[in-house]
Design a protein around this ligand. Structure first.
Ligand code: M6R
Length: 608
């Protein structure tokens, strides 16, 4: 949701900023811009469309000399994608430039006041108020100006700021939008996310809410909102630099799907000790686990779908009542929470605004929170009482695949751990669960090898108008994810239904040749879902079934079958989702869509 970079050092800033923005383009890609201080003036170049347009316009940054600057890649919130609305934004005399990620909620009021004072706005963005407010408050002390602005604006922001009269310095502030500082030799950086910095430094510091940073070539100073200097610790990022590169694959999504066996292994194995599941990072005692009265799972998008799967597992295995909510709904309703409840927040990025606010609201009520997060040091990870990391490494494609698979593993482990603590599963059962979990990476690999067949099948549906997915129980949760994957990257209309619900209205949309993907991995529900398949087939649907090896009875009701290897019925999502991800991917490729950067979307949704 917008990417920010900033640089000051001994090298030319523009090529470094463009390079950093390229790594952040997954956060927003409808326009981009950079502001460079050339020793006298601040020069800005902006362009609508993908970053490569700005790259060409500036000849890779060569036409913008200067050793400090800020850059931005945008996911529009206020104002259409256009050159005027692209960041950076100037004050009137072009002595201050600002980039912003977030939303200024009171910008209309602020804009009106500034206009009354004679300020003229040239964009429709909320960000431009920051440039003019800084102009209004800046009297030679940039920290004081930043603090005054922070006191006036409401909403979320990560800001990068440069001043023409403060050569070689970059300032940054943050509230509820991610921002990190990178420390190099004779150079320092700010960025919205780690991949932008990996090529230059691995020493990073996460800026906390309401902190201000002043960067120069050889110094980094942090301040609080009283203007006092504060000490902060840097951490070392030990990611493989290739992790954020395509590594020969055509798309990040394809690469990330192919990383799923490893991801599942990396999420699982550190928590398997012999025949036991040991989740070291959780400090919940067996007594506390036994006291849990209800679990509330809160998440968005695909993470919500893993929560849906977990509901079935926690309820059946651990006998704990579970509610699952999308975070944007949860935070604005008045859920009934008991002091013994546990709220689980699931988020790949750890920065999703609605999930973060939901977490904060339950924490205020004293409810125990546990986060399942991929990005180390992200806001949700830092603010939750307990954290389980998913170890998926950087996920760049907007459509999640490997992080989704890793979340499932974390949730399986948690369910088994809770069930064991509550005396509901025996040592022998845990042993069998572990046996099946350990097989998942190889089984996923096997399913990935079926890629060519799925591609051939997908090619038949590149002109599809509507696709429906259906299943019951866990298979319904899988269907929801299969459907989201398809629509977000291929732009084909798709819906997922609890199989028994289709005939309560939606079946009227089935026409001759409509593709219906049925997921049947829960043996006790096979017959029921087969009946629903027959219902749509008799109305002309072409039925694709994803089911367990050996369930050949399905061939009577399906036109095309994809079999998944045998596993415990709790873990089938991890396997059934693979062909559905591949199907979506190849449909999108066949339609010529920009798979990694689907229109209108962004990877990290840091606005509500
Ligand atoms: O970073 P998060 O897991 O909190 O993100 C949640 C959703 O925005 C995300 O899963 C989204 O639905 C993906 N585009 C799905 O592929």
């Amino acid at each position: 949701m917008c990417g920010i970079v900033g640089y000051t050092g001994s090298k030319q800033a523009a090529p470094i900023l463009l390079d950093g923005l390229e790594k952040l383009e997954y956060r927003g890609y409808d326009s981009a811009g950079i502001a460079i201080f050339d020793g006298k003036n601040i020069n800005i170049k902006k362009a609508t469309g993908k970053l490569k347009v700005l790259h060409e316009l500036t000849h890779g940054g060569a036409v913008m000399p200067g050793k400090s600057g800020i850059g931005h890649t945008r996911w529009a919130t206020h104002g259409v994608p256009s050159e005027n609305n692209a960041h950076p934004h100037y004050n009137a005399d072009k002595t201050i430039a600002v980039v912003h990620n977030g939303i200024i909620e009171n910008y209309i009021k602020l804009k009106k006041r500034l206009e009354d004072r004679g300020y003229v706005f040239t964009s429709d963005t909320d960000t431009e108020v920051i440039a003019h407010l800084l102009d209004y408050y800046y009297k030679g002390d940039p920290i004081d100006a930043a603090i005054k602005v922070m006191h006036r604006v409401e909403g979320s922001y990560a800001l990068g700021i440069i001043y023409a009269d403060i050569p070689g310095k970059v300032f940054a502030v943050r509230k509820d939008s991610p921002l990190i500082v990178g420390k190099g030799a004779d150079e320092n950086f700010i960025a919205s996310d780690v991949p932008a910095l990996l090529k230059y430094t691995r020493d990073v510091c996460y800026i906390n809410n309401e902190e201000i940073v002043e960067l120069s070539e050889d110094d980094i100073i942090f301040y609080n909102t009283d203007g006092e200097k504060i000490e902060k610790e840097f951490s070392y990022i030990d990611w493989d630099a290739d992790a954020a590169e395509k590594g020969g694959y055509e798309h990040f999504m394809l690469k990330e799907m192919n990383e799923e066996p490893k991801t599942v292994h990396d999420t699982l194995m550190p928590r398997i000790k012999g025949d036991s599941i040991v989740i070291d990072e959780l400090t919940l005692s067996a007594e506390e686990i036994n006291k849990i009265r209800q679990i509330h799972i809160v998440a968005c998008g695909s993470a919500y779908h893993t929560g849906m799967t977990a509901k079935y597992i926690f309820e059946e295995m651990a006998r704990i009542p579970v509610t699952v909510d999308v975070a944007s709904e949860f935070r604005y309703r008045d859920p009934i929470l008991y002091p013994e409840d546990l709220v689980i927040i699931i988020s790949q990025s750890g920065e999703t605004a609605d999930s973060l606010e939901a977490l904060r609201s339950v924490k205020k009520q004293g409810i125990l929170t546990l986060a399942i997060v991929n990005v180390v040091g992200s806001s949700i990870a830092r603010e939750a009482d307990q954290v389980m990391y998913t170890n998926a490494g950087p996920e760049i494609a907007v459509a999640t695949t490997k992080a989704y698979s890793a979340q499932l593993i974390a949730l399986y482990l948690l369910s088994i751990h809770f069930s064991k603590a509550r005396g509901l599963v025996s040592d022998e059962e845990v042993k069998l669960f572990i046996r099946d979990l350990k097989k998942l990476p190889d089984q996923i690999e096997l399913l990935l090898h079926n890629e060519e067949n799925i591609q051939r099948f997908a090619n038949r549906y590149i002109a599809a108008k509507d696709v429906f997915f259906m299943g019951r129980g866990i298979d319904y949760a899988i269907s929801l994810e299969g459907s989201l994957k398809l629509k977000e990257i291929s732009y084909i209309h798709s819906e997922a239904y609890a199989a028994g619900e289709l005939k309560h209205g939606t079946i009227s949309l089935i026409e001759e040749g409509t593709l219906v993907a049925a997921v049947l991995t829960q043996e006790k529900l096979f017959k029921k879902t087969i009946s629903n398949m027959v219902e749509v087939k008799t109305r002309g649907a072409f039925v694709l079934a994803v089911t367990n090896e050996g369930n050949t009875e399905i061939e009577k009701a399906a036109d095309y079958v994809i079999y998944i290897p045998e596993t415990n019925h709790y873990f089938t999502n991890s396997l059934a989702i693979i062909p559905l991800q591949l199907f979506s991917y190849y449909v999108a490729v066949g339609r010529g869509c920009d798979v990694d950067k689907p229109r209108n979307l962004a990877k990290s949704v840091t606005v509500e």
